[in-house]
Design a protein around this ligand. Structure first.
Ligand code: COA
Length: 575
């Protein structure tokens, strides 16, 4: 079928559905939801059999849903209606939640139901649930709905609240009042729940040092205590605030302003001198547990098990600032001086890496200088990994990776991913950014020149399975996070203990030496950076404009042609 995606943006869910439906043999074209007239034109041009809305913020125009079947992916259980569905599910601590595919009609979320799927809830941020459980359920439900539609005989279920299976309800939008934290009453669990339900958007509005900020990126702290609501410690990017029964770390803040746009930034960067009297609490000063359900906050940590070292870097949204790259490089170099035989680059549970930190760059006094600093810090990190001749390095992609983050993973000797991971191995959609991280050396080596050109020019996402088929990564496993980590551990333990280990390491070092003779790494870097210098400092401001639009989330004014295939057809016709 010809399927038109009508979507607010090409977000991770839309990307995943694009890949899955394409694999089923359907032709997908994408139009951003810009205006009713643009949507009508897209339908006119593409003449789709079906319209799917994976991520919409407005109603579909009547002219469109009356002329074409339109499937809306609603992030709620059957019968749930209204905005902030997942936010309410977290706030109400539902044990299971779901996704419903319904056909658009005149009433919001009230159309006939084509399919649904449920999932167990996890105590985690909204964006994490959305990227994992919600996305898996949405893929199941959309594939079922499309198969039913194709069969031609399936009768969708009308929304009828007297039916047993219709368990959801219409709910109101969630206001900041509903999200507000009462620091004198709310315990750590309640504070975390409120911040989780609002993360990544809109955040919980709260007062700090007499000003209003939106809070994001929270995790529990069980060792520290203080007056509820006060900032009692800082560590790297995060601040620690006491609660009535413990404390929470808050990694990111966005200043509220009614007059100018503001950015989500590391909490210590936003508060700066206000934190002068707040003690820095290095991670070593507390028991070594953290993040992902543990008890304190760290963004980089190293675990050694037998002959293997696991280097975790759980950066919010996968964005890596200059200092984070420098700290990660230092941690990698320290690990490489230890007696481990294999280092595994674990990234974080939600993202492996999304490359340089565009928000930090945007707020720097000179975004061009900070871009330059950040990309050089990324390159230094990539270089340390590529040139390590003491150990084998593996990249274990538990979460998605984009742009420079994908190419950083290629610096490792072997790359493994969870099967549902999405990769965006290209830079161009960020204002024609050329990219660095030694991608001109690493990418063709893995996939060949032709495929490398295709990947970087097409600007499309691929999943782990396709990445494995084209040789970009070595393997992928269809497993949840815990099973993926277990399988990685088993493989790596075997590799480290293998009689082949010495030969493999020697082979890698010989290849590196040969490659260096053919063309030194420094030459690749210099060539890439020459192009990046033009991106950062040249006459064409495309990268700065694209970055500004990206970090301030400026609504799209058009759909790029690499997504809107129907507009490419039009362009070809008019030639
Ligand atoms: N720097 C800063 N923030 C970043 C980022 C980066 N490099 N990459 C992603 N983010 C943020 C987004 O702004 C968004 O923030 P939010 O929490 O306020 O909503 C969040 O991460 C999730 O990103 P989103 O675009 O919604 O996720 P996605 O899974 O739909 O898309 C990407 C993933 C990688 C395709 C997309 O985020 C992207 O294009 N990122 C930029 C990559 C890039 O160009 N890096 C610089 C060159 S190396």
């Amino acid at each position: 079928m010809n399927i038109l995606f009508l979507t607010h943006s090409f977000n991770s869910l839309a990307q995943r559905l694009f890949i899955e439906l394409t694999r089923c043999g359907h032709d997908i074209s994408i139009e951003f939801d810009i205006s009713d007239a643009v949507t009508e034109q897209a339908v006119e041009l593409y003449r789709p059999d079906l319209v799917i809305a994976p991520f919409l913020k407005r109603a579909i125009p009547e002219t469109v849903w009356r002329s074409k079947p339109c499937f809306v992916v609603h992030p709620g259980i059957v019968g749930d209606r209204g905005p902030a569905a997942l936010d309410w599910a977290i706030m109400h601590e539902h044990r299971t939640w779901g996704v419903t595919v319904l056909q658009a009609n005149g009433e919001m979320d009230a159309g006939d139901i084509w399919a649904s799927a449920t999932f167990p809830m996890r105590f985690a941020s909204k964006s994490s649930l959305y990227r994992h459980e919600m996305t898996e359920a949405a893929v199941k439900a959309v594939l079922a709905a499309v198969a039913r539609f194709t069969s031609g005989s399936y009768q969708p279920m009308p929304l009828d609240y007297t039916r047993q299976e219709v368990v959801g309800r219409l709910h109101a939008p969630m206001r900041q009042l509903d999200r507000a934290i009462d620091w004198q009453r709310d315990d750590t669990h309640a504070v975390l729940k409120k911040i989780y339900a609002a993360d990544g958007f809109p955040g919980v509005l709260d007062m700090l040092y007499g000003s209003l900020y939106y809070l994001f990126d929270a995790c529990a702290e069980t060792e520290l205590r203080g007056n509820p609501g006060t900032v009692i410690a800082r560590r790297n990017d995060a601040i620690c605030r006491a609660t009535v029964d413990g404390a929470v770390w808050i990694g990111h803040l966005k200043r509220k302003s009614d007059t100018e746009p503001t950015l989500k930034l590391p909490a210590t960067v936003v508060l700066q001198e206000q934190l002068a009297d707040v003690p820095e609490m290095p991670p070593e000063s507390l028991p070594t547990r953290c993040h992902d359900g543990h008890t304190t906050y760290r963004d980089i940590w190293f675990e050694q098990k037998n002959q293997v070292g696991y280097l975790h870097f759980s950066f919010y949204n996968g964005a890596m600032s200059s200092t984070q790259c420098e700290r990660l490089r230092a941690a990698y170099l320290t690990a490489s001086q230890s007696d481990v035989r294999v280092i595994v680059l674990m990234g974080g549970a939600d993202f492996w890496s999304n490359g340089i930190h565009l928000n930090s760059i945007e707020q720097a006094a000179s975004p061009a200088d900070e871009s330059w600093h950040n990309i050089n810090a990324m390159n230094d990190l990539a270089q340390a990994i590529i040139t390590n001749c003491r150990q084998l390095t593996l990249a274990a992609l538990q979460g998605n990776a984009g742009a420079g983050g994908v190419f950083l993973s290629l610096a490792a000797d072997r790359i493994y991913a969870r099967k549902s991971v999405i990769l965006n191995p290209h830079y161009k959609s960020m204002g024609n950014l050329y990219g660095s991280e030694y991608w001109t050396y690493l990418l063709p080596k893995r996939v060949g020149e032709k495929k490398a050109r295709e990947l970087t020019h097409n600007r499309l996402p691929i999943d782990a399975l396709e990445a494995q088929q084209i040789g970009l990564i070595d393997d992928c496993f269809e497993l949840n996070h815990a099973d993926f980590r277990k399988q990685i551990e088993q493989m790596v333990e075997q590799l480290a203990a293998s009689p082949d280990y010495v030969r493999l390491l020697a082979g890698k070092c010989e290849r590196r030496a040969r490659d260096e003779q053919t063309k030194p790494l420094a030459h690749y870097r210099a060539e890439e950076l020459r192009q990046m210098q033009l991106n950062f400092y040249g006459f064409d401001p495309s990268y700065h404009v694209a970055r500004y639009h990206f970090v301030y989330k400026i609504p799209h004014a058009w759909t790029p042609l690499y997504l809107a295939r129907h507009r490419r057809i039009l362009k070809t016709r008019s030639k």
